[in-house]
Write a protein that binds this ligand. Structure first.
Ligand code: ADP
Length: 582
């Protein structure tokens, strides 16, 4: 197989035709097939002498090489082959490729020749230009002079016949310098149609794709192209020739001929080698939307979307976010459950504390009764005295008035005892507020005063000069203090004398406040110092063993600590530390 390219095969377009042809031959040849190839390079060289010398060169070169099929790529190549046939390859079938419909009609190749006919139309270039520039009024046609154009020269008649609505500015066969100046200054609502530049007009030649890069760098309008190989260097797109389709079709025909089929049984036909293809990056640059493109358009050089580009990273990120969201909702649920449990625990604590208070009240009832008896007794005596005085002939009203005010005072004292009793027995929900610990301890000690004197206990209180402010529930904290003091009184019950309880409050830096209740009792066995806080631990006959356990629960609910020690000089001391309010 001898492949004759009309142009330089190192150019991308002809290279892709050849590469597709060779791939197809390699894959489907039924017998070992040698592919020779020659470039006629007619876009740069020409003339009778050149052509004749080329023919002689081929004659000499292939004298001893039998050729089974000649593949002519391009109309110009086909013309030469047909002209040379009788002298070079008289009976050798010819397969042609890249021959335009109009050229095929003009050349009317003999039956020995078959091939794929392509159909590129200037009308298609205008259609593409209209898709890209909505109100198109002009196109600038940039390329070689009509005479030097190999593929798109058949556009010449079409260009001449274009209607008046679109003006065609021909920039053909001009030096590169001029081309670059003119494409930079095109009017609004215009587009460039690029058909390929092979020379710069001053004796320098370059591949047309490279020339397109220069044009695209300067152009002020989008560039419509008609070859797939012009998409990447800067074309916005258009109805483009697909070199791979052209090469494949030529190879298939050539292989069938080598397999023995007669070329006349393989009639030439128009092949599907034109497709609308567009350059995504250029579309972005010129603000062309996908929806305005002709139906069936293929988009090339699309930049991968964020998801496509960072696929795995995105997957990992989404997974991490999902995991995090799950974790957060799980933790929120946990927190909710914990809150519920805390509320529940506090309710229980309040209930338990209430029971404990009732028990304490029971324990204190004798002294309370005594405390009430006193004012009630003196009220009665005073009332009787007043009655007697009022029975006299001349009652001393001044004295009666004094007696009545004494009655009022005693009544108030009795009410106060009842009020305190009530507040102790009050069933209150756990609620915290900022409180002065000194005041809380003082009130508790006041309440316990009478009980202490009834039990021969000296009760002292030393409050800190600095006000210990904490957040807490006053009723519950007082209950802790009452529990501790009552325990101390119990512990000292069997002592003949010297029963003393000292309460102290201190402020520890700016971190905590400490209350300590010490007594002069027997103390706690060293190995029991921790056990005393356990529920139901008691050494008393009538004891329930819940007083200290409730005290510890209350203190822990206040984020505090409680612990017991024995004093060096004898007696137990309980410490209770609470964080200071911020
Ligand atoms: P209860 O008073 O019903 O026994 P508590 O929990 O209040 O229950 O006390 C548990 C035990 O701790 C008491 O039985 C006693 O043995 C011991 N205890 C508490 N306070 C003191 C103290 N100040 N001195 C000596 N022992 C004490």
């Amino acid at each position: 197989m001898l492949v004759l390219d009309q142009s330089d095969r190192r150019g991308l377009f002809y290279y892709q035709i050849f590469a597709a042809l060779r791939t197809e031959v390699n894959a489907h040849a039924h017998a070992p097939t040698t592919v020779y190839s020659e470039s006629l390079d007619l876009s740069r060289f020409g003339g009778e002498a050149y052509e004749e010398s080329f023919r002689q060169f081929l004659e000499t070169k292939y004298r001893d090489r039998p050729i089974g099929v000649v593949v002519a790529v391009g109309t110009a190549a086909l013309e030469l082959v047909l002209r040379w046939r009788s002298r070079l390859w008289a009976d050798v079938p010819v397969v042609f490729a890249l021959v335009e419909e109009t050229d095929f009609a003009r050349l009317r190749p003999p039956s020995m020749a078959t091939g794929g006919i392509t159909s590129t139309k200037f009308a298609d270039a205008i259609k593409a230009a209209r898709a890209i520039v909505p109100h198109l009024t002009a196109v600038a046609l940039v390329g070689e002079d009509w005479g030097r154009q190999l593929v798109f020269r058949n556009w010449k008649d079409e260009v001449a016949a274009v209607g008046t609505d679109v003006r065609v500015i021909e920039i053909l066969g001009r030096p590169m310098k001029e081309v670059l100046e003119r494409v930079a200054a095109l009017p609004e609502n215009s587009a460039i149609v690029y058909s390929g530049l092979y020379s710069d007009g001053s004796g320098n030649y370059q591949p047309p794709a490279e020339a397109l890069r220069l044009v695209a760098a300067k152009a002020n309008r989008p560039i419509v192209v008609a070859s797939e190989t012009f998409i990447e260097p800067g074309g916005v797109g258009g109805f483009v020739l697909l070199p791979t389709q052209i090469g494949m079709d030529a190879a298939r025909r050539a292989l069938r001929i080598l397999d023995g089929e007669a070329p006349e049984n393989l009639p030439a036909s128009v092949i599907d080698a034109v497709q609308p293809v567009f350059n995504w990056q250029q579309m972005q640059h010129w603000g062309v939307s996908e929806s305005s493109l002709p139906p069936g358009s293929r988009i090339e050089l699309r930049e991968p979307s964020f998801l496509e580009k960072y696929r795995w990273r995105s997957v990992v990120l989404v997974a991490a976010l999902l995991f995090q969201a799950t974790l957060i909702s799980f933790l929120l649920h946990e927190r909710h459950m914990r809150r519920m449990a805390e509320v529940e625990a506090r309710n229980r604590l309040s209930q338990l504390a209430h029971v404990n208070r009732q028990a304490t009240a029971g324990e204190l009832s004798s002294s309370i009764a005594h405390e009430l008896n006193q004012p009630l007794g003196s009220i009665l005596t005073n009332a009787e005295t007043a009655e007697l005085m009022l029975g006299a002939a001349k009652p001393d009203l001044g004295e009666v008035r004094e007696i009545i005010s004494d009655i009022k005072r005693d009544d108030l004292r009795a009410s106060e005892v009842i009020r305190r009793m009530r507040s102790l027995l009050k069933r209150a929900p756990f609620e915290t507020k900022e409180i002065d610990l000194n005041q809380i301890v003082r009130e508790a000690f006041d309440f316990l005063g009478l009980q202490a004197s009834a039990r021969n206990v000296a009760l002292y209180l030393q409050t800190s000069p600095q006000v210990p402010r904490v957040r807490g529930d006053p009723v519950q904290l007082q209950q802790v203090i009452i529990n501790l003091v009552v325990n101390s009184m119990d512990a000292m019950a069997k002592m003949p004398y010297g029963r003393t309880i000292i309460g102290r409050t201190e402020v520890n830096g700016d971190a905590s406040a400490v209350i300590s209740i010490s007594d002069s009792g027997p103390g706690i066995p060293q190995d029991r110092l921790n056990d005393v806080f356990d529920p139901f631990f008691t050494t008393k006959e009538q004891g329930m063993g819940i007083g200290l356990s409730i005290a510890r629960t209350i203190v822990l609910a206040h984020s505090g600590q409680i612990w017991a020690e024995n004093q060096p000089g004898g007696g137990a001391v309980f410490h209770l530390s609470l964080p200071l309010a911020a």
